[in-house]
Design a protein around this ligand. Structure first.
Ligand code: PEP
Ligand code: MN
Length: 338
């Protein structure tokens, strides 16, 4: 539930409510705004039997949160969350595009991709150093060397970096290098990993699992938030369906739905959703039109030679053309692109 405090109320009244809630066994999340102070209280509703918090001085109203996710819910926080990373804001007026190769393959490949996506207007470089692959015989990434190359590309271009962390064992290593942690679709319900990431002070891109409902996805975000990391960016990347022409089915319905249910920023990954580069630009435009706060797109200097996901990777010039179109869609949506 959330407890809305009268905006004129003094600290002592707020403190009294906090003490009461803690005694009742609730976990507290305090949000002090200019207009009002909101206390989020998470715990067993049964503990409130016979308790009327609304009679306490300074309490304006008590609102139950009916959804199973609480901190991620729009009821808990009405205004959209803006996540600050480096000098960027994700979820604000500006649409940020994260772009780069599926996997970091070599210095030459990464630095070339980084420069090209930067020139086209991307602000964040993507690239996997630890790759979750369907086959154990596929390329699994350069690991720490890949992270070093990402850091070098950041140094060279000024782009921020986002890269996937696959397990708790390598989390401290990945967190040391990256600006934004990515949780892959296959790990969306790796609750142990979610709890570990909750303790890290870095924003997280949380991809939707290929078979996850919207509620399960928001519950995964709740794991991270309830552990203390509120900087979660949700990423729609397509779900399993009966259709086999495309790699997955891009569920753009989830964008307005999640933005209605949650205050968290939502980005879209058309590359993994569709699996074929040709269809990435139209769906990227559609994603912005649906209200997405950003995109994550695979771009490779030479997709034919890519060690991973070549068929869905855009050539740099196609990416640049797409970015020009996206600027127009962003403007229609009342957003801007850098
Ligand atoms: C990726 O972004 O490289 C990736 C593996 O994506 P997903 O987890 O959505 O499959
Ligand atoms: Mn990929």
């Amino acid at each position: 539930m959330i407890i809305v405090m009268d905006h004129r109320v003094g600290d002592d009244k707020i403190e009294a409510v906090l003490v009461r809630l803690e005694r009742l066994g609730f976990q507290i999340h305090l949000s002090r705004g200019v207009e009002r102070t909101i206390i989020g209280a998470i715990g067993e509703r049964g503990h409130l039997i016979g308790v009327d918090l609304e009679v306490m001085p300074g309490v304006e109203k008590v609102v139950p949160i009916l959804q199973p996710y609480k901190l991620a819910s729009r009821t808990f926080k009405e205004e959209g969350t803006v996540i600050r990373v480096g000098n960027l804001e994700i979820g604000g007026d500006t649409i940020h595009v994260m772009a780069g190769p599926c996997a970091v393959e070599s210095r030459e490949q990464l630095l070339c991709a980084a420069q090209m996506v930067k020139d086209a207007g991307a602000t964040i470089l993507r690239g996997g150093a630890f790759k979750p692959r369907t086959s154990p015989y596929s390329f699994h990434g350069l690991e720490e060397e890949g992270l070093e190359l990402l850091a070098e590309a950041r140094e060279a271009t000024g782009l921020l970096i986002v890269t996937e962390v696959m397990d708790a064992r390598t989390l401290p290593l990945v967190a040391r290098y990256t600006d934004i942690l990515q949780i892959g679709a296959r790990n969306m319900q790796n609750f142990f990993l979610l709890r570990e990431i909750a303790k890290v002070d870095k924003p997280v891109v949380l991809k939707r699992g290929p078979s996850a409902t919207i509620e399960e996805w928001l519950m995964a975000a709740e794991y991270i938030m309830s552990g203390g990391n509120y900087n979660v960016i949700l990423c729609e990347r397509g779900i399993r369906s009966f259709e086999s022409y495309t790699r997955n089915t891009l569920d753009l319905t989830s964008v307005p739905v999640v933005k209605y249910l949650s205050h968290l920023p939502v980005i879209v990954d058309p590359s993994h959703a569709i699996g074929k580069w040709r269809f990435v630009p139209p769906m990227a435009k559609a994603a912005l039109a649906a209200g997405a706060d950003g995109l994550i797109v695979e771009v490779h200097p030479n997709p034919v030679e890519a060690l991973c996901d070549g068929p869905q990777s855009l050539m740099p010039e196609k990416f640049a053309a797409m970015m020009n179109d996206l600027r127009q869609v962003a403007a229609v949506m009342g957003r801007r692109m850098p």
